[in-house]
Design a protein around this ligand. Sequence first.
Ligand SMILES: N[C@@H](CCC(=O)N[C@@H](CS)C(=O)NCC(=O)O)C(=O)O
Length: 239
Amino acid sequence: MLTLYTFGPAFGLPDASPFVVKAEMLLKLAGLPYQTNRGGFRRAPKGKLPYIDDNGEIVADSTLIRLHIERKYGFDFDAGLTPEQRGAAWMFEKALEDHFYWHVVQARWCDDENFAKGPASFFKAIPWPVRPLAQAFIRRKVRNTLHGQGTGRYTQQEQAQLLKRGTQAAAQLLGDKPYFFGPAPCGADATAFGFIASAMSPDFRMTLRDEIENHPNLSAYVVRMRHEFFGDAGDGSRA
Ligand SMILES: N[C@@H](CCC(=O)N[C@@H](CS)C(=O)NCC(=O)O)C(=O)O
């Protein structure tokens, strides 16, 4: 049985990580039976989740998991897409991972109120006198990463402009279609759901969520995908 290593449902989402949600969606789209395991982070080959154990074959990274499924099971996530759509779908996915993702990270980890409501819970196992130090250490690391990646260098106003344009582009791409590239979900929908849903967690305030909510087709897409693939609870239980 294939095992997907996850963080587990959190913040009203199927998983705390959009990359894990993406990987789980890929398994669902490919129709592969799988189980989830929340105990694998310490053994994660790249120090990140998700990764899978497919009958002894370990594959880390959501995109490498996709390539593994395509290669091993001969499943084409983009069947039915034209070559142009295949190219656009891949680039759209990478834009979400490199743009939306970092804003979600920044909103969750750098905003004190959001941090207290969300990521602070990751430190519960650490005894109290050490816990604030560990939190401060990891939050500084996240800030440095955001600075290195570049998102951390934008002013709030600059970020708001970029997110407005980014969500508008996503809404224009979706239009009134049920899925991003037509009548059936494709590989990019796994990513789109993971990242757009993550921004819409009711637990956090974030500019990205406000911008998404300005586009009813994007909000409706998340509700629809969640219902279709994760059941009404949206908590990771199989639909
Ligand atoms: N490129 C990776 C990114 C995965 C990733 O960034 N995972 C984050 C959670 S969203 C993680 O595990 N972070 C833990 C850490 O950096 O210590 C993928 O596509 O799977």
